[in-house]
Design a protein. Structure first.
Lengths: 93, 204
């Protein structure tokens, strides 16, 4: 089973984690001003890159903290993990 | 008149004791447990000195000490989140003391004593038995005494403390305790069989 390195607890089995989708999707400044299409784009439209992808993960069976990870979607390699609030590190796939 | 409390593993007392040739397993019921959430370093230090136990500063560790409430353990559960564990019946007194120690710092103290029960496992084969259902590396080089991890044991969420060379303490949700006890008994079967056929060779 794949090991995911939690920034707090260290490498743990994938089964302890919960996936949270794309990271760094900012909440709109003024949601009520958005058109339906803009709101739908915020809610449902996500990047789907072939390569490094910044994602949110939760260590739900461990420290129960959310963190961010850069995963290569082609190989499932986790290129970097970083805590919430930290900027996305430079990665070389 | 109030009925005597029944511990979650009350019905498993004999079943767990029967594992003695392989593993000393026993429940330590009704321990006082309080979840303390506080991030302010000064408040954490104040709570530690009030209990006589410094709160753990390193993730995945726990600290022990003695103070006004006897032997107390403080477990790291997450950044700014700790579990204070003490003997039975002390939760209200500890809650008041810790709440006073936190003062005006932002935080919370919640009595979670009924949430989990405690199972103590000891014996030279304890790592082999736990490895049947736990993926965390428990070799002494990576999990020395003082380690405290939250993980899955046989798909059940547990808090695992390494208390000594071959001694572990498992905190498990009360409603999962019966399942976990059944699983521990099952995981010990092969070692019990080996003990019957060749006494004294197990774990040699």
């Amino acid at each position: 089973m794949q090991l995911i390195p939690c920034p707090w607890c260290g490498p743990r089995e994938e089964a302890e984690f919960h996936y949270g989708g794309q990271a760094h999707v900012a909440y709109p400044e003024d949601p009520s001003a958005l058109t339906d299409e803009e709101w739908a784009r915020y809610l449902f439209f996500r990047d789907n890159p072939s390569g490094p992808f910044a994602e949110r993960w939760s260590h739900s069976a461990g420290c129960r903290r959310w963190f961010n990870a850069v995963r290569d979607t082609r190989t499932h390699d986790l290129l970097a993990v970083y805590r919430v609030g930290e900027p996305m590190p430079e990665v070389t796939p | 008149m109030t009925a005597d409390p029944t511990s979650p593993l009350h019905a498993w007392t004999d079943g767990l004791a029967a594992l003695a040739p392989v593993l000393a397993v026993a429940e330590r019921p009704f321990r006082s447990q309080l979840t303390v959430r506080v991030s302010d370093p000064e408040a954490i230090a104040a709570a530690g000195s009030a209990l006589g136990v410094p709160f753990p500063s390193t993730p995945c560790t726990f600290t022990t000490g003695s103070g006004p409430f006897g032997d107390v353990e403080v477990l790291w559960l997450g950044p700014g989140e700790f579990l204070v564990v003490a003997g039975p019946g002390l939760q209200i007194a500890i809650e008041e003391v810790v709440r006073d120690a936190l003062g005006t710092a932002r935080g919370s103290v919640v009595d979670t004593s009924a949430q989990r029960t405690t199972v103590v496992l000891e014996g030279p084969l304890v790592r082999d038995v736990l490895a049947h259902g736990c993926s965390v590396d428990l070799h002494p080089s990576s999990a020395p005494a003082g380690t405290c991890v939250q993980t899955l044991l046989a798909r059940t969420g547990i808090v695992l403390q390494v208390t000594g060379e071959d001694a572990f303490t498992v905190l498990v949700r009360s409603s999962f305790a019966g399942y976990l006890a059944a699983w521990i008994c099952d995981a010990c079967v092969e070692y019990l069989a080996a003990e019957v056929t060749a006494p004294g060779t197990v774990g040699a």
